[in-house]
Design a protein around this ligand. Structure first.
Ligand code: SF4
Ligand code: SF4
Length: 234
């Protein structure tokens, strides 16, 4: 899931500037699970902004709506009526959802109400930890199911650095060393041989360094020739 957290209220207030008719948009998916942008958080932020408006005489009119999944056009279409009388949207969806909403409603300014951080998982109530760096070339089968890209502070691919001490990473006594975890996971799996097998140079081309990535599921996309043939049979 995507992990995000709310921007501090003064930042959102400042970004609102002279806007008056404000629509708060939440999302019931990842950001609801990480307690940042679900229906409840939308309601709390709406009330905080209303109180601020009253105290400061801003005259804001604040409406709220929470989508099932803000990152999918099919769900974001539900905003069509709600945005009609609005001059601004505060998105409590992740950065993906905020961009989908802006693309679908280009005449209404979208202000991000969240800072989107990473792909992770809930560890315990209220604690979320990054798990995947989206490298595009997964090696979890070689590392005991523990991601060296996201969970090692240096993204090392072939064993720990010299800073690994007593199972902790040198960046913090509270941060587990990913390579210590990888070692123990491979030990449990009876695959310690993998610790001694160097990973080949990683193919970073599918990673972020190649610019925005695009995945095309060919089985769902007709190529030009197929389209021509279909049109020819009509
Ligand atoms: S190896 Fe790459 S794809 Fe696999 S979990 Fe780590 S960052 Fe994600
Ligand atoms: S101590 Fe472990 S997790 Fe930290 S940078 Fe070194 S190898 Fe990576």
């Amino acid at each position: 899931m995507i992990i995000a957290q709310q921007k501090p209220l003064p930042i959102v207030v400042e970004a609102l500037g002279t806007h008056k008719d404000i629509l708060l948009v939440g999302c019931r998916s990842c950001v609801a699970i990480c307690l940042a942008g679900g229906e409840k958080e939308v309601g709390v932020l709406a009330e905080a902004l209303r109180i601020h408006s009253q105290l400061k005489g801003k005259g804001w009119d604040i409406a709220e709506i929470t989508l099932e999944r803000a990152c999918e056009r099919e769900w974001a279409e539900q905003l069509a009526l709600s945005v009609q009388d609005r001059d601004c949207i505060v998105s409590l969806a992740c950065g993906v959802g905020a961009q989908v909403i802006q693309a679908m409603y280009p005449d209404v300014r979208v202000i991000p109400g969240l800072d989107t951080s990473n792909m992770g998982a809930p560890e315990e109530m209220g604690v979320f930890i990054e798990k995947c760096g989206g490298c595009g070339d997964c090696v979890l089968h070689l590392t005991g199911g523990i991601c060296p890209v996201a969970r090692c502070a240096k993204s090392l691919l072939n064993g720990p650095c010299g800073g690994s001490q007593n199972g902790k990473c040198e960046i913090s006594a509270e941060t587990p060393c990913a390579w210590d975890q990888i070692y123990h996971s491979l030990e449990r799996l009876g695959r310690l041989d993998l610790m001694e097998t160097p990973l080949p140079p990683k193919d970073w081309r599918p990673s972020r360094s190649g610019g925005p990535r695009k995945i095309v599921r060919k089985e769902y996309v007709m190529d030009v020739e197929e389209r021509r043939q279909l049109e020819g049979t009509r």
